[in-house]
Design a protein around this ligand. Structure first.
Ligand code: URA
Length: 238
């Protein structure tokens, strides 16, 4: 049976404020549902295909949120930041209220693809070392990258504090200084430490793919978008 809820609860669950704050917005005629203004906080609606606006801004009802962000440099991936603004300041406030979390942090100077969600199971699946979701990084190195260095990361490098050598799943040269490196793990500063272990140095780092999902060319730096059903498929284990 289709799930129905009253509009006050729906708007509040979606992150637009407390029940009381949402009731006031509804009574103030600031909400439309499926194209019609709704000033009755107790009016109930089917949650499936529910479109609403809050103060003129259009939203779709989403039980859980799944999005991607093109992280800029000089943003931190935590809620309580130390030196730079938080990536959460790049998202609409209702999503932050819903307590979305990024999946796998990037360093403050790393750019590129970050997944964000409030679905605990999805976050766990995408970040658990057990599932080994591959991530592809575009790495700009300080020195030209030699065939020996590429062979070395593919064979495995010993990092301090790790029990066994760690190998990249793939490593291809894009030009003299730039490589694409695919990793199964998400260890602290892993790319920088692996590149240091082959006697080179990371000058620029961008995550360009997670699972089969590539950072879209048309997602500008600092912008976010919802994950489509097709994107979600690209993140599912085969
Ligand atoms: N590896 C790093 O060294 N830094 C990142 O931000 C991500 C992977």
């Amino acid at each position: 049976m289709a799930k129905k809820l009253n509009i006050e609860r729906i708007i509040s669950n979606q992150g637009f404020g407390t029940r009381k704050q949402c009731r006031i917005m509804i009574l103030n005629e600031e909400i439309t549902v499926n194209g019609t203004m709704c000033d009755d906080p107790d009016a109930t609606f089917d949650l499936e295909n529910l479109h609403y606006t809050v103060k003129g801004e259009p939203w779709d009802y989403r039980e859980k949120s799944y999005l991607m962000l093109h992280k800029p440099s000089n943003y931190e991936c935590s809620h309580k930041t130390q030196h730079h603004p938080t990536i959460y300041s790049l998202l609409p406030h209702p999503l932050v209220v819903r307590d979305v979390q990024c999946i796998g942090r990037l360093d403050e100077d790393t750019t590129g693809l970050i997944l964000i969600s409030d679905d605990g199971q999805f976050i766990h699946r995408m970040s658990s070392p057990k599932h080994k979701v591959p991530k592809v990084y575009e790495v700009t190195c300080k020195h030209p990258v030699s065939d020996e260095q590429i062979a070395h990361v593919l064979k495995g490098v010993q990092l301090i504090d790790e029990n066994a050598p760690i190998a990249a799943l793939a490593c291809t040269r894009i030009n003299e200084y730039v490589i694409h490196m695919t990793l199964a793990e998400g260890k602290y500063h892993q790319v920088k430490r692996m590149v240091a272990a082959i006697s080179n140095r990371v000058e620029g780092l961008k995550r360009i793919q997670i699972g089969e999902l590539k950072l879209p060319d048309n997602l500008a730096v600092g912008k976010w978008c919802w994950l489509t059903a097709d994107d979600m498929k690209k993140l599912s284990p085969k």
